[in-house]
Design a protein around this ligand. Structure first.
Ligand code: HEC
Length: 185
């Protein structure tokens, strides 16, 4: 009897380990797709109409891409940061802890591109899966997230986001992270 119970436990552990692996792989694909399409949209808009035009991309297109990919992959996909522009992107407790850990690892010499974390969390409802991948700050990001933002750009950002905290970043900082959540089912 004891053996049977142990075996069941092991089997369910393996099943969740496999599910976790599948979730992590799927999340990596979703993040890659999100990052690629966002960057393409941002660069096209910057070239076509400058930063004011590109703010619209970040304001409207970014949430739409996240929404479409969330449906496609059947997971909640978004972006977050310790200093957010949009309060809707504010980190929850789990995300804040991981972002703080990413900062620590970066200080210890890890490259931002290597910072990713995935976890299968056991809950009363089942196994909840989460993943985050750090986003580095590049030169182009400074136009809207740096320390010397042009007055007209700053004004537009302030109108849309009066509580904006996402400025003052430098190249090589962690700007935030992609975050993926699959509720227990
Ligand atoms: C043209 C202005 C502009 C540029 C350039 C820009 N962003 Fe943003 N960024 C925004 C706006 C506006 C938002 C708020 C989007 C929203 O409402 O969800 C935002 C939000 C974010 C967020 C989500 C967290 C938050 O603060 O709400 C991350 C992460 C982010 N940007 C990273 C970057 C990175 C990395 C780059 C450079 C590759 C970049 N941004 C370039 C305007 C910009």
């Amino acid at each position: 009897m004891k053996i049977a119970i142990l075996l069941t436990a092991l089997l369910s552990f393996n099943a969740s380990a496999n599910e976790h692996l599948a979730f992590t792989q799927q999340s990596q694909s979703a993040i890659k797709e999100f990052a690629t399409s966002l960057k393409a949209e941002l660069i096209t808009a910057m070239k076509a109409g400058g930063p004011i035009e590109a703010i619209t991309v970040c304001n409207q297109v970014a949430p739409k891409i996240a929404e479409n990919l969330s449906q496609k992959y059947n997971m909640k996909i978004g972006r977050t940061s310790l200093k957010v522009r949009n309060n809707k992107n504010k980190a929850d407790k789990w995300e804040s802890e991981i972002l703080t850990q990413f900062e620590y690892l970066k200080q210890s010499g890890d490259s931002i591109n290597s910072l990713a974390f995935s976890e299968a969390i056991s809950t009363d409802e089942g196994i909840e899966m989460r993943m985050m991948k750090a986003i580095p700050t590049g030169q182009v990001c400074l136009t809207c997230h740096g320390s010397n933002i042009a007055a007209n750009v700053q004004a537009r950002i302030h109108t849309l986001y009066p509580d904006d905290q996402a400025t003052g970043f430098s190249v090589g900082d962690i700007r935030g992270a992609f975050t993926i959540h699959q509720a227990a089912q």
